[in-house]
Design a protein around this ligand. Structure first.
Ligand code: NCD
Length: 318
């Protein structure tokens, strides 16, 4: 039986290809469980603390739904202004308290490194549900699971990523994760003000993974097997006039897609603001709502692994 060698999920840099291959088998089992309508109590008696100090719909609700689908229960902070962090309590003290009341914590917080600090403060598992503009590892696990299902492979892919590559944490996590597979290349499409950070491009250079950077949408998607669209992260801009200037620069529509492979997989972590025209939704290869659905299966798998497999229980208990 495969055992995940981690207490916490903090960064996609922590994974190996072997981890992912085993993980996706468990995610598939979870998908089957939901689709066949089986009732599961794999997490009966367990409590998840759902700690969201930044807005969220999909991540919070899919984590909470995942926990409940497996028979567990949830306590939550859905609005940071209701937490003692807003009184000035440290992340570490807050984490210790949350971990007394629960078996696992899922945290989204605007500070880079917040999940790592939380994980270091407690002995129970912690999952990073987004730490500022840094990483969003569980989003990338579901993104890669989606690519596997849509493209039927994870090797030999050209992945175009468009939008806010500077502040878009999902894009950073995705690059580290897809970089584990063979013959992957990236095409980064963004305004020059929102380019992929140096820490990500230097990772690619170290690993000899090829990438291009362009401001030309049509040029950037012409060889792509996957197009990963992101919104501009308005909440991270220090100068809102800069956001206003850039926000309509890259809008995907059917006209632009004429320049891409007809079966290109179109993804988006959501929420979408205006960067994907509604006419794109009708394409069979527009995968963004299926992608959000996959978030449920992937998060069920993560909770099961961190809460059960680390205790030596076999997955066949399903
Ligand atoms: C993303 C995030 O929070 O980083 N949303 C999500 O979790 N699906 C992307 C975004 O907010 O743009």
């Amino acid at each position: 039986m495969y055992k995940f060698p981690y207490k916490d999920i903090i960064s996609t840099k922590q994974f190996t290809r072997n981890d992912l291959e085993n993980f996706f088998k468990i995610a598939k089992e979870m998908e089957n469980l939901v689709k066949t309508g089986e009732i599961s109590d794999l997490l009966k008696g367990k409590i998840m603390a759902s700690l969201f100090y930044e807005p969220s719909t999909r991540t919070r609700l899919s984590f909470e739904s995942a926990m409940m689908r497996l028979g567990g229960r949830v306590i939550s902070v859905a609005d940071g202004t209701n937490s003692s962090l807003s009184k000035g309590e440290s992340l570490e003290d807050n984490a210790k308290i949350n971990s007394i009341y629960s078996d696992i914590s899922v945290i989204r917080h605007p500070e880079v490194g917040s999940a790592e600090r939380t994980a270091k403060a407690v002995t129970k598992p912690v999952i990073n549900a987004g730490d500022g503009a840094n990483q969003h590892p569980t989003q990338s696990l579901l993104d890669v699971y989606t690519i596997l299902k849509e493209n039927k492979r994870l090797d030999n892919l050209n992945i175009a990523i468009v939008g806010d590559l500077k502040y878009g944490r999902t894009t950073h996590s995705l690059v580290y994760l897809m970089g584990l597979f063979d013959n992957i290349s990236f095409s980064f499409i963004s305004p020059k003000e929102l380019k992929m950070p140096e820490k990500v491009t230097s990772f690619l250079k170290e690993k000899n993974i090829s990438f291009t950077e362009t401001e030309n949408y049509i040029e950037g998607i012409k060889n792509a097997d996957v197009l990963y669209v992101t919104r501009l992260q308005k909440e991270r801009f220090t100068d809102l006039s800069e956001y206003e200037k850039l926000k309509n620069r890259f809008i995907l529509n059917l006209e632009i897609l004429k320049n891409a492979k007809t079966d290109i997989t179109i993804m988006h972590p959501l929420p979408r603001v205006n960067e994907v025209n509604l006419e794109v939704d009708k394409l069979p290869n527009a995968a963004f709502f299926r992608q959000a659905e996959n978030g449920l299966y992937v998060r069920m798998a993560l909770l099961h692994i961190l809460l059960n497999l680390s205790e030596g229980k076999s997955f066949s208990s399903l």
